[in-house]
Design a protein around this ligand. Structure first.
Ligand code: NAD
Length: 481
C-alpha cells in the first residue's frame, strides 16, 4: 500500500494566545522513526519564553476561574467536535512523528474527544458541601481551582495525554502551561489549535517546547504554578518529584508499568492469547498499561504460548502511514536500543527467544514482535519495564505463587487476569498490586474510570470522579451569622 504522507505542521510555541517563535536558540530535531529523516527543528523555548508563558497563565487565571462552568464546558465541547473533525489529519501526524499506525490514530483521537466531554460534564458537578453545625453557623466547603498548572506529556500518547491534562485543568477552572514531549510536538500543537479555535481566551492554554530540564525547573520553581502533572518515565518522575518537593508543589504522577497477566487453568487459552497479543503489540508495546509479563497456568501454558507466538508472527509491521499496518517502528533509536539490551541480557541469562528479537529493514527503528520464554530470575527484563514489543511468557502451578511473582517489581500500574472462577478473580483482585485490574479483557481506560498506579508507577488519579482531585482544593467557609 502506498504511504499518504501529508505536510508536517509548522512548529510554534503558543503563548498568551499567540503562535510565537521560541527564542531558546538550541535546535532539537524531530525525527520520523519510520525513515529516520528530520521532520522539523523544534522551536526551543528560552527561560524568557517560559516566564512569558507562566505570566500569561497567571494573568488569565482569575477571569477563567470566575467564568460559569457551563461556559467553560461549552468551549471544551466545541474543541472536542473540532478534534473529531480533524481525526484523519491528526492520525497522519501521529504516524509521522511517533510511528503509530494510521489505522490506530482515530481511536486515540476519539478517546481525547471523550476526555474533553467528560471533563466538561464533570465541571458542572464539582460540588462542594455544607457541613451541619449549630444554629447560626454555616460551614460550607467550596472546591476552588488551585491555580495555573504545569503539565508534562509523553510521546507515546501524543494526542490523548495533552487532551486529558489540558481539559482537566480547564474544566476545573485552572489555566495551564504544557510542555509536550520533544518527540511528538506537532500532535500537541494540533490539539492546542482545537482549544484555540473553540474559543479558549488568551493565556488560558500555553505551550512551550524545548530543553526539558530547563523548562521543568523554570515551571516548577515558579511561585505562580500551583500544581504539576507529569506522565512519563519513573526516573524523570523522580526528578520532578524532588523538584516539586523542594517548592512544595502538589504533583500528579503517571509513571511506567510492567503489567502482569495471570491466565488461570480454566481460561480459554486461544481467546486469551489472541486478545493478549493484540494488546501487547499495540503502539509497539509503548503503552504504560501494555501487558508484559504473562503468568500462564501449567494446564494451558502450551496452548497459550503456541497461539500467542503465532499471533505475534502474524502482525503486519510496516510504515505507520500504510492503512494496513498493525505495528509501526519504535518511537526512537533510544527505545529500540533499550529493547535490544534487555533481550541480549535475557539471552545471556539463558532465556529462549520464541520469536522476534531482531531488527526489520535497513532504515527506521523497526523491531519484530518478540516473545521470550524460560526467562531466568536473574534476567533484568523481569524487573525493568520493557516499554516495547516484548512479551515474557512464564508458567505457574499455584495461584498464590503467581500473585506473589506478579508483584515482584517496583511497578503497580495495570494488571490483567483471565478466569471464569469468582474465587480466583477475588484472590487476584485482593493480592495483586495495581491501580487498574482488568479481568477477561484488555479494554482501555475510558474517561469515566480513574486511571493511575501504586508503588513506583506514581500517585494521583486522572479521569473518573477523581479527575479534579489535584486541580480543585477544598476551602472551608465557616460563617457565623
Ligand atoms: P526517558 O526517561 O528518556 O524520557 C524522555 C521523555 O521524558 C522526553 O519526552 C522528555 O521530554 C521527558 N523528560 C526528560 N527529562 C525531563 C524533565 N527534566 N522534565 C520534564 N520532562 C522530561 O524515557 P523514554 O525512553 O522516552 O520513554 C520510555 C519510558 O517512559 C518508559 O519507561 C515508560 O515508563 C515511560 N512512559 C510512561 C508513560 C505513562 O503513561 N506512565 C507514558 C509514556 C512513557
Amino acid at each position: 500500500m502506498p504511504d499518504m504522507r501529508p505536510a508536517y505542521p509548522e512548529l510554534a510555541p503558543y503563548i498568551d494566545g499567540r503562535w510565537t517563535r521560541g527564542t531558546g536558540g538550541r535546535a532539537i530535531a524531530v525525527v520520523d522513526p519510520g525513515t529516520e529523516q528530520v521532520l522539523a527543528e523544534l522551536p526551543a523555548a528560552s527561560e524568557a519564553d517560559v516566564e512569558a508563558a507562566i505570566g500569561a497563565a497567571e494573568r488569565a487565571f482569575p477571569a477563567w476561574r470566575d467564568m460559569a462552568p457551563a461556559r467553560r464546558g461549552a468551549i471544551l465541547l466545541k474543541a472536542a467536535a473540532l478534534l473529531r473533525q480533524r481525526m484523519d489529519e491528526i492520525s497522519a501526524v501521529m504516524a509521522m512523528e511517533l510511528g503509530k499506525p494510521v489505522a490506530d490514530g482515530p481511536a486515540e483521537i476519539e478517546r481525547a474527544a471523550g476526555l474533553l466531554e467528560w471533563h466538561a460534564a464533570e465541571g458542572l458537578r464539582a460540588y462542594g458541601r455544607v457541613i451541619p453545625a449549630q444554629a447560626g453557623l454555616r460551614q460550607t466547603v467550596l472546591r476552588r481551582p488551585i491555580g495555573p498548572v504545569a503539565a508534562f506529556t509523553p510521546w507515546n500518547g501524543p494526542g490523548a495525554s495533552p487532551a486529558r491534562k489540558i481539559s482537566a485543568a480547564l474544566a476545573a477552572g485552572c489555566t495551564v502551561v504544557i510542555k509536550p514531549a520533544e518527540e511528538t510536538p506537532a500532535t500537541a500543537l494540533l490539539i492546542v489549535r482545537c482549544f484555540e479555535e473553540a474559543g479558549v481566551p488568551p493565556g488560558v492554554v500555553n505551550m512551550v517546547f524545548g530543553e526539558p530540564a530547563m523548562i521543568s525547573r523554570a515551571l516548577i520553581s515558579s511561585p505562580a504554578i500551583r500544581l504539576v502533572t507529569f506522565t512519563g518515565s519513573v526516573p524523570v518522575g523522580r526528578l520532578l518529584a524532588e523538584l516539586a518537593g523542594r517548592h512544595l508543589k502538589p504533583l500528579i504522577l503517571e509513571l511506567g508499568g510492567h503489567s502482569p497477566v495471570i491466565v488461570c487453568a480454566d481460561a480459554d487459552p486461544a481467546r486469551a492469547a489472541a486478545l493478549a497479543a493484540k494488546s501487547k503489540y499495540r503502539n509497539g508495546g509503548q503503552i504504560c498499561v501494555s501487558p508484559t509479563r504473562f503468568f500462564v497456568h501449567d494446564d494451558v501454558y502450551r496452548a497459550f504460548a503456541d497461539a500467542f507466538v503465532a499471533q505475534a508472527e502474524a502482525i503486519r509491521v510496516g510504515s505507520a502511514l500504510s492503512p494496513d499496518t498493525q505495528m509501526g517502528p519504535l518511537a526512537n533509536g533510544r527505545r529500540r536500543g533499550a529493547i535490544e539490551a534487555l533481550v541480549a541480557n535475557a539471552r545471556e541469562a539463558g532465556a529462549t527467544i520464541a520469536t522476534g528479537a531482531r531488527r526489520i529493514g535497513e532504515r527506521g527503528f523497526f523491531y519484530a514482535p518478540t516473545v521470550l520464554t524460560d526467562v531466568p530470575e536473574a534476567a533484568e527484563v523481569l524487573r525493568s519495564e520493557p516499554f516495547g514489543p516484548l512479551a515474557i511468557l512464564r508458567r505457574f502451578a499455584d495461584l498464590d505463587e503467581a500473585c506473589r511473582r506478579a508483584n515482584d517489581t517496583a511497578y503497580g500500574l495495570a494488571a490483567y487476569a483471565f478466569t471464569d472462577s469468582a474465587k480466583a478473580a477475588n484472590l487476584i483482585a485482593e493480592r495483586v498490586d495495581a491501580g487498574i485490574l482488568s479481568i477477561n479483557h484488555f479494554g482501555g481506560a475510558s474517561p469515566e474510570v480513574p486511571f493511575g498506579g501504586v508503588k513506583d508507577s506514581g500517585y494521583g488519579r486522572e479521569g473518573g470522579a477523581e479527575c479534579f482531585d489535584g486541580y480543585l482544593v477544598s476551602k472551608l467557609v465557616s460563617h457565623l451569622a
